[in-house]
Write a protein that binds this ligand. Structure first.
Ligand SMILES: NC(=O)C1=CN([C@@H]2O[C@H](COP(=O)(O)OP(=O)(O)OC[C@H]3O[C@@H](n4cnc5c(N)ncnc54)[C@H](O)[C@@H]3O)[C@@H](O)[C@H]2O)[C@@H](O)CC1
Ligand SMILES: Nc1ncnc2c1ncn2[C@@H]1O[C@H](COP(=O)(O)OP(=O)(O)OP(=O)(O)O)[C@@H](O)[C@H]1O
Ligand SMILES: [Mg+2]
Length: 358
């Protein structure tokens, strides 16, 4: 919980100063969406980020600024879970865990001693058919031991698409949902939920962060049509509504965010480099900001009045703004050679520019 009421009052003040529009009927909102140009939907992203970022308070103990876990990392991909998990720490989370396959673990541990790495997931190639049931129960029991301690899970960066592994991850998603833990679904996690929508459908603490391919597959599967860029806002609103009010952050030239009630965009200038891994920074960042926004709302005892006020939407807006700012700074320094690691190095400075430590 946030430490002092003075801190809470300061954040409440920042939130009130955000203004924005409150909830109208769906009809009114659809008219609003139709009549507004893209720019009118632009979120007041930097103010939102400032409002939900907790102050550094000497009375807090380890863990209060957030404990996140990334479920991902397999034989092929070790970079993606590392990028997501280290970004969470660089932004200000206290602890960042990675649950990955046995062979990915030593590699990820080797990138950073800061991460807590659990080598527990298994892919089909390493498991005999007759052992599958016992192994999945063991994995689930191990993840369950930790589940309630996490403020948010990120499911999917570098997870791969092995069917046995994805079955286990489906169970992890069900357990997280039962425990009311927010879940950010990205990368191969989206491959999984697109074909098993029930895993997230109707769960308000689920955030999907699709890239261009992942969004296309979601739209085709859920709405049964093609992506419509003419009516991008309305289509996203419908998609989020169809999946029962989950929050979707559609990544692209502008990031578009909707929970089926409202649509916001973040168009802060980022970088023209499209190197792999930037989406992983984003998913780790969303996890942290969603945890902070939720913590703030829970501590406000029903007095939280900003709009939008859904913690998952607020978290997406803040994360998108920060990533874009960091990407822009990294590009300024590195031009064509800008890589994901360079952007991660700029997260701290960018956060400090928007929300300085007193
Ligand atoms: N350094 C790393 O370890 C990185 C790993 N990444 C991971 O790479 C994985 C794939 O992410 P992408 O962003 O490339 O995903 P995309 O869905 O954008 O593309 C993946 C590739 O798979 C193909 N594909 C599309 N549908 C498919 C299907 N149904 N079955 C098999 N292949 C299909 C696409 O044509 C594309 O070539 C994710 O786990 C992601 O997190 C990325 O995050 C980039 C960085
Ligand atoms: N055309 C674009 N112009 C500006 N920014 C973009 C563009 N496309 C994506 N981005 C930014 O890059 C971030 C990552 O999006 P991207 O589409 O690269 O994700 P991804 O494919 O999932 O990445 P990853 O390689 O990590 O899987 C987004 O938050 C978005 O802000
Ligand atoms: Mg991705």
């Amino acid at each position: 919980m946030l430490a002092s009421s003075a801190v809470l009052r300061r954040q409440q003040f920042l939130i009130r100063s955000l203004g924005g529009y409150s909830y109208h009927s769906h009809q009114t909102r659809m008219q609003e969406v139709k009549s507004m140009g893209g720019n009118n939907l632009e979120a007041d992203a930097e103010n939102i980020l400032r409002a939900i970022t907790p102050t550094l308070d000497p009375r807090k103990h380890k863990g209060q600024a957030g404990k996140v876990a990334v479920i991902g990392g397999c034989r092929e991909y070790t970079g993606a879970p590392y990028f997501a998990a280290i970004s969470a720490l660089k932004i200000g989370a206290d602890l960042s865990h990675v649950f990955c396959t046995k062979d990915a673990a030593p590699v990820i541990k080797g990138y950073s001693p800061e991460l807590i790495v659990h080598p527990i997931l298994e892919e089909s190639y390493s498991v005999r058919d007759e052992d599958k049931r016992t192994i999945s129960s063991k994995v689930l029991a191990e993840v369950d031991k930790w589940m309630e301690r996490f403020d948010c899970l990120v499911v999917g960066p570098g997870l791969g698409r092995d069917p046995f592994l994805l079955d286990i991850v489906s169970e992890i998603l069900k357990h997280a949902r039962k425990s009311n833990v927010p879940i950010v679904v990205d990368g191969d996690g989206l491959f999984l939920v697109t074909s098993s929508l029930d895993l997230v459908s109707g769960y308000p603490l689920a955030v999907l962060t699709p890239n261009v391919n992942e969004y296309k597959r979601l739209v085709q599967n859920v709405l049964g049509c093609e992506v419509n860029d003419e009516d991008a806002h309305e289509q996203l609103l419908n998609l989020a509504k169809q999946i029962g009010g989950v929050t979707i952050l559609r990544k692209g030239k502008s990031d578009l965010i909707s929970d089926g009630e409202t649509v916001k965009s973040v168009s802060i200038y980022g970088s023209p480099r499209r190197c792999g891994g930037q989406g992983d920074i984003l998913s780790g960042s969303v996890a942290v900001f969603v945890s902070w926004a939720r913590q703030l709302i829970l501590a406000s005892d029903g007095n939280f009045t900003s709009s939008p006020r859904n913690p998952t939407v607020l978290g997406c807006i803040a994360a998108s703004a920060l990533l874009r700012k960091a990407a822009s700074l990294a590009f300024k320094n590195n031009k064509r050679s800008t890589l994901t690691g360079d952007i991660i190095e700029c997260l701290g400075t960018s956060l400090e520019d928007i929300c300085p430590v007193h």
